[in-house]
Design a protein around this ligand. Structure first.
Ligand SMILES: Nc1nc2c(c(=O)[nH]1)N[C@H]1C(S)=C(S)[C@@H](COP(=O)(O)O)O[C@H]1N2
Ligand SMILES: [Mo]
Length: 161
């Protein structure tokens, strides 16, 4: 198993950190989800709750936004922490293997009970695939989710599996 860094977490945190796959598996079992399909989500795989990451990096109380960055295809979403604290998760494994790129791996953010695409702030589009960096901030961060049907359609046309 490779031990390369999969996720950088920075911004308004006191314990800025980089996580390898092994680091993610070592997060407190209290925050691990063995199979997200059991939560009634449309996805499968193992995950850590967002709270586990917040705890690991000691997010500052002033931080109000979490920004999910994907360098791979330059896709970003910035969401209010309070609104998703009990719903956000990072899917990162398929049994004992890293999550495949076809499923948005190595790390895919996912929000339980999201709304439909561009229907509010916590929508399906916010389920950022190939997340490599998570940033905490006081103000809303960079977000380039599609804003309307045309932009959404254009994005899906350019998406490569
Ligand atoms: N990195 C990245 N994540 C992304 C996207 C993208 O283009 N790139 N598209 C978003 C949009 S618009 C939607 S609706 C969902 C689609 O998730 P799915 O491909 O698993 O159905 O992923 C979101 N996450
Ligand atoms: Mo979307």
């Amino acid at each position: 198993m490779s031990s390369s860094v999969l996720l950088q977490v920075d911004g308004d945190v006191t314990g800025k950190r980089a996580f390898t796959w092994e680091d993610l598996t070592a997060i407190n079992p209290q925050w691990q989800i063995s199979d997200v399909s059991q939560l009634g989500t449309t996805r499968s795989g193992g995950a850590v709750w967002m709270r586990g990451i917040l705890e690991a990096v000691k997010v500052c109380p002033e931080a109000k936004y979490i920004t999910l960055h994907s360098k791979r295809d330059n896709f970003h979403a910035s969401l209010p922490i309070d609104a998703i604290l009990d719903r956000g998760m990072f899917i990162y494994r398929q049994q004992n293997q890293p999550l495949a790129a076809a499923a948005g791996g190595p790390i895919r953010f996912f929000i339980r009970d999201h709304t439909d695409c561009h229907n509010g702030e916590i929508d399906e589009c916010a389920n950022v695939k190939y997340v490599d960096r998570v940033e905490f901030s006081k103000q809303k961060g960079f977000d380039n989710r599609p804003l309307d049907d045309d932009a959404h359609e254009a994005l899906h046309q350019q998406e490569t599996p």
